[in-house]
Design a protein around this ligand. Sequence first.
Ligand code: NAD
Length: 266
Amino acid sequence: MYDATRLTDKVAIITGGAGGIGAATARLFSQRGARVVIADIAGDRARAVADELPDALPVEVDLASEDSIIAMISATIAHYGKLDILDNNAALLDPDMGPKDIDIEHMESSTWDRTYAVNVRGTMIACREALPHLRSTGGCIINTVSNLALQGHVIQAAYSSSKAAIIQMTRSIAASHGRSGVRCNAVAPGMTMTPALKAAFPEHLRLLVEDETLRNQLGAPEDIAEAVAFLASDAARNITGQLLVCDGGAASHVPGYTAFRTAMGF
Ligand SMILES: NC(=O)c1ccc[n+]([C@@H]2O[C@H](COP(=O)([O-])OP(=O)(O)OC[C@H]3O[C@@H](n4cnc5c(N)ncnc54)[C@H](O)[C@@H]3O)[C@@H](O)[C@H]2O)c1
């Protein structure tokens, strides 16, 4: 029986495919029948994830480098002969960026430039290079952003604004390429408990963010993978130019939600 959520025989590139959400997405895509390219700056970890999956291709790529992105697309076409799905999931999340990316008054231009080089320019070049191939397969793009792109915060001014830029890029691509059969959507995770975050994020702050979710539970990488796999599938054929927020409702409610509940004893 036809199942529109299947990804049978689709070829998908997952950037950052060796990381928490990317690896979960690669495993789910593979279970649903796709052949996946695990594209990551961490070549060893990309090979380890690819080794788990049938007919997966590890590719070492640095999204800060135009040549490297062009080589990633070429390697995919050389190996599989086509491209159906581009999942732009990687982002600059190096631990050394945390203390540097706080507010604009204290922002060094180099922090801003590094963030935009990977997140915005890297995503743009990957889309540009993928589009001719996606046109010939009637394929799609999913850009991973963040619920921090939707609200102001006291931290991550460069990261959050780079993700907001990607949301607008998503709409532009959808508008320009819809008539050629290419869809483009974005997924905005809230805080998601990847192995990297579990290891590094302070417990008292985790509880604070968790309390802002309407489920009183942070998402898992598999929750984001489900949203990406849905948008990548034919089940979402009528959805393009959209942002799917996958954050347990954290960005959906009134300000002071937690304080109000506490004051009311809810
Ligand atoms: N985990 C969260 O709480 C959360 C929340 C909101 C948004 N996101 C977004 O989800 C996506 C995945 O995040 P994650 O939590 O799985 O991160 P992660 O750190 O676990 O994985 C990110 C992967 O991207 C790779 N990468 C980094 N720079 C790269 C580059 N220049 N070229 C190629 N690959 C590169 C890393 O090696 C890593 O494997 C990111 O876009 C992130 O901004 C995550």
